[in-house]
Design a protein around this ligand. Structure first.
Ligand code: NDP
Length: 435
């Protein structure tokens, strides 16, 4: 706390892990007295850099770029890039720290990292986005590589941005290599990668429901966000027979009591991915739906909640409202969307609650599969990748049970995910000595 006192999101992420991992360390001699958690909370390397680019009016703009190389004990640093005006050291360190545990849980050989910029892509032309991405990569390229650090997308960084970033990396290094994931299909991308985080979040919810003899069919689902993760979470919910009632963006949420079906979802994808419009425009096509300005959707009655927008978007009051309205399952698509008090409220009520580091790990897992395909210079089919994704989500669920199931049968997914993620990284760090 002394060293990172001005980094509230980072402290929050560390506290949530420490609550479950410290008691485990105390009980296990191989980890006790080695300052292992203290070592894990200190990034191996933090890079910040100036990004200068020229906007459409000819003015020079300056942003700050970052890459946090958190932990490489089990593989090259791996984690997304976020472009959003709120990006700062605290947010990226929390994301990088979470990423270490998440990547470990996938069982694939990936360390943890995260990066990005305070650049705001909203309202920028394609040309401005390209010039910014090229400027950003003109510094980042010297710190990354297919065996060193492999970035991907996150908020504000989708297929378009990954393309521009990859183009500049390739030009500067004069090599075509799997240095970024989330690439286009014709230039090294993997089938199912765009869908993977959202699909994985739903597969994880299915596994949780299974433990109570239930499934998604006929369940009412409330989703926040309308970006990459939310879109494909909704798509999979619809495919599995659930009724999705809401989606949102930073301006508010839409509530469609008739349910968002595949046709309506296609409209949202068009609005958000092509027109880059506000979600409220949904009402121009579906006037029976409601738009609630400036609010999150947690007061809409549901069986299942899937927060898929951003950190701390679901607080303790929201958690209590969800419980009051009968919610039995929360599967997080976003990273740390629930505040620590909200998490405690879900746990006290003993509902099915999965933290993002377990339930949204399908994205990075499929990025891992993209890296494998790049190394093999070979592509798996859609069915093969989807099957592997399902297996990985099921294995993560098993790990959560292994370390998180208590004597009365309740599965504490937070404890399970934290300890399972910790053990693999800690073992590797101990084996490699004090470095
Ligand atoms: P996108 O940029 O595609 O979408 C983000 C969505 O969240 C948009 O609807 C956006 O609204 C909304 N949003 C962003 N910031 C805020 C805010 N401060 N308040 C309210 N709404 C907000 O990002 P992704 O879908 O890729 O990421 C969503 C979450 O999932 C993040 O937490 C990310 O870290 C996490 N995640 C993503 C993975 C991936 O593979 N992409 C993998 C694992 C986790 P608007 O359009 O108005 O900005």
């Amino acid at each position: 706390k002394v060293r990172n006192g001005n980094e509230p999101e980072f402290l929050q992420a560390v506290e949530e892990v420490a609550e479950t991992v410290i008691p485990y360390i105390v009980e296990h001699d191989i980890y006790y007295g080695k300052n292992i958690l203290l070592r894990m909370v200190e990034p191996e390397r933090v890079i910040t850099f100036r990004v200068c680019w020229i906007d459409d009016s000819g003015e020079i703009q300056v942003n700050r770029g970052y890459r946090i190389q958190m932990n490489s004990a089990i593989g090259p640093y791996k984690g997304g890039l976020r472009f959003h005006p709120t990006v700062n050291m605290s947010i990226l360190k929390f994301l990088a720290f979470e990423q270490v545990f998440k990547n470990s849980l996938t069982t694939l050989p990936m360390g943890g990292g995260k990066g990005g910029s305070d650049f705001d892509p909203k309202g920028k032309s394609d040309g401005e986005i390209m010039r910014f991405c090229h400027a950003f990569m003109s510094e980042l390229f010297r710190h990354i590589g297919p065996n060193t650090d492999v970035p991907a997308g996150d908020i504000g960084v989708g297929a378009r941005e990954v393309g521009f970033l990859f183009g500049m990396y390739k030009k500067l290094n004069n090599e075509f290599t799997g240095v970024l994931t989330g690439k286009g299909l014709s230039w090294g991308g993997s089938l199912i990668r765009p869908e993977a985080t959202g699909y994985g979040t739903v597969y994880f919810a299915e596994k949780m429901l299974e433990t109570r003899g239930q499934n998604l069919k006929g369940k009412k689902v409330v989703v926040s966000g309308s970006g990459n993760v939310a879109q494909y979470a909704v798509e999979k919910c619809i495919q599995l027979g659930a009724k999705v009632l809401t989606m949102s963006d930073s301006s508010g949420y839409i509530h469609d009591a008739d349910g968002i079906d595949a046709t309506k979802l296609a409209l949202i994808m068009e609005l958000k991915n092509v027109k880059r419009a506000r979600i409220s425009e949904y009402l121009e096509s579906y006037p029976n739906a409601k738009f609630v300005k400036g609010k999150t959707p947690w007061d809409v009655a549901c069986d299942i909640a899937m927060p898929c927008a951003t950190q701390n978007e679901l607080n303790d009051d929201d958690a209590k409202m969800l419980l009051k309205n009968g919610c039995i399952c929360v599967s997080e698509g976003a990273n740390m969307p629930s505040t620590i008090h909200a998490v405690h409220t879900f746990q006290k009520a003993r509902i099915l609650y999965a933290p993002g580091k377990a339930s949204n790990a399908g994205g990075v897992a499929t990025s891992g599969l993209e890296m494998t395909q790049n190394s093999l210079r070979f592509n798996w089919t859609r069915e093969e990748v989807d099957k592997k994704l399902k297996e990985i989500m099921s294995n993560i669920h098993d790990s959560c049970i292994k370390y998180g199931k208590s004597e009365d049968g309740y599965i504490d997914y937070v404890k399970g995910a934290n300890i399972a993620g910790f053990v693999k990284v800690a073992d590797a760090m101990l084996a490699q000595g004090v470095v």
